[in-house]
Structure formats: structure tokens, C-alpha cells
Ligand binder design. Structure first.
Ligand SMILES: Nc1ncnc2c1ncn2[C@@H]1O[C@H](COP(=O)(O)OP(=O)(O)O)[C@@H](O)[C@H]1O
Ligand SMILES: [Mg+2]
Length: 217
């Protein structure tokens, strides 16, 4: 399956979700390619740290490559038969790479935050998805609440608006704002590998993982 974590906002958790999904998928025995399509190369930097952390345990466990622009489409298509799953970490802007990812993905996940909730950007992404579906009819596009507040009305208000965005389906599996995600990323780990374990963070990412990998076309 080809999964892209995208959207046109930075700092919403695209790389966090892409890297966690890649690691968990690879740990299940799949041959996974993590494709870094962001100029900022955060997921490639993450993989460098991961390879250092796990140097004596066989390294990252997945393959990582950087690609930009139209190559995100052409090379993903070329590589798709060589891997069980390809996870694309897209930059937070409307770029050729973003559109290329939309043109090849089976599943496109757009994280959004409750606080600085930006309806306009989700609407714009919804429009990009609708355009992409014309030539990629298999595309399934979802938005996902990340860094959800532990309490308060912000989550519900954001979800209500997200639910009404054309082109994006609201994915129920939300991910809370948890320090464990930052601590794990800083060490090149998925939250499932972090010690001490944060059981709530693990349960959330596993629920997200299960819902994404059970999507079929
Ligand atoms: N669920 C979460 N809980 C806490 N911190 C998070 C969570 N998701 C992401 N972050 C942190 O937010 C920042 C931005 O996340 P990142 O995945 O790099 O976003 P993007 O790739 O969309 O720019 C990072 O410091 C990351 O560790
Ligand atoms: Mg990123």
C-alpha cells in the first residue's frame, strides 16, 4: 500500500505519523520504504538518528530515500513492486511533490491540530484531493486530529469543522498531545519502542495503524 502523510501546513505531525507508521509496519515483517518528499528532510534526519540508536540492532529496519517534485510519482511507481508498503512524508506546502504524492497514494492522511485550527488550509487540501481523484480514482483521503487536547472544547470544534470538509473523510483515530511522541522522535524511535512506555500513546498510534492498514480499495 502507498500511504502519504500530507497537507499544506507544517508542524502538524506529518513526519511523526509517517515515521511511526513506517517503523510499526516494518516491525510486523513488511518490507517498507519511507520516502522523504520534504525539502526540510526531517524524516531522513530522523532515520540518521535511528540508524545511530539501533546501530548494533540492525539499523532502522526500513529503507529511506529522498525524492522531490515529479520524481515522487515516477520513482514511487517504479519502486512500488519492490516494497510491500511505501510511506511518503510530504512537505507542508502545495508543491509538485505534494501533487505527485496525491497522484500515486492509495491512502492520504492529513493531520490537523485543535488549537491553531486552520479550516482554509484543510479546504484547500480537500480541493487538491478532489482534483487528484480524477486521475487517481483509488485515492482515499482522510484528515486526522493530532496533538488532541486532553480536555476542553477545542477538539470537538475542530472535528466538527473537519467533518464537513469536502474531499477529506474525518478519521476517528485521534492522537493526543503526548510528550512520548517527542521523546521517541528525538531518539529515532517509534512511540511503541520508547522506554518507559506511555501506554496511551501506544494505544493511540496502534489504533491509527490498524485503521489505516485495514483500509482497502
Ligand atoms: N501527538 C504528538 N504529541 C506531542 N508532540 C507531537 C505530536 N505529534 C507531533 N509532535 C511534535 O510536533 C512537532 C511537529 O511535528 P512534525 O511531525 O515534525 O510535523 P510536520 O511533519 O507536519 O511538520 C515536532 O516537534 C513533533 O515532535
Ligand atoms: Mg515534516
Amino acid at each position: 500500500m502507498i500511504i502519504a502523510c500530507g497537507g499544506i501546513k507544517g508542524g502538524v505531525g506529518k513526519t511523526t505519523i509517517a515515521t511511526n507508521l513506517a517503523i510499526i509496519r516494518a516491525a510486523s515483517g513488511a518490507d517498507v520504504l519511507l520516502l522523504d518528499a520534504d525539502d526540510q528532510e526531517t524524516s531522513s534526519d530522523f532515520t540518521i538518528v535511528r540508524n545511530e540508536t539501533l546501530a548494533d540492532k540492525g539499523g532502522a529496519g526500513y529503507t529511506s530515500v529522498k525524492l522531490h517534485g515529479a520524481a515522487v510519482r515516477t520513482d514511487t511507481l517504479k519502486l512500488s513492486s519492490k516494497y510491500d508498503d511505501i510511506i511518503i512524508d510530504v512537505g507542508g506546502r502545495d508543491t509538485a511533490g505534494q501533487r505527485a504524492a496525491l497522484s500515486v497514494a492509495h491512502v492520504y492522511i492529513v493531520p490537523f491540530l485543535p488549537a491553531s485550527f486552520d479550516v482554509w488550509s484543510l479546504e484547500k487540501v480537500g480541493t487538491l484531493v478532489q482534483e487528484a481523484i480524477a486521475f487517481n480514482p483509488d485515492l482515499r483521503a482522510y484528515c486526522l486530529l493530532n496533538r488532541a487536547d486532553a480536555q476542553g472544547r477545542d477538539n470537538e470544534e475542530a472535528i466538527e469543522v473537519a467533518d464537513g470538509i469536502e474531499g477529506l473523510t474525518y478519521l476517528q483515530a485521534l492522537v493526543g498531545n503526548r510528550k512520548a511522541f517527542r521523546s521517541a522522535s528525538a531518539q529515532g524511535l517509534a512511540v511503541t519502542e520508547l522506554k518507559p512506555v506511555d501506554p496511551k500513546a501506544v494505544a493511540e498510534i496502534m489504533a491509527l495503524y490498524d485503521s489505516i492498514f485495514s483500509i482497502s480499495n
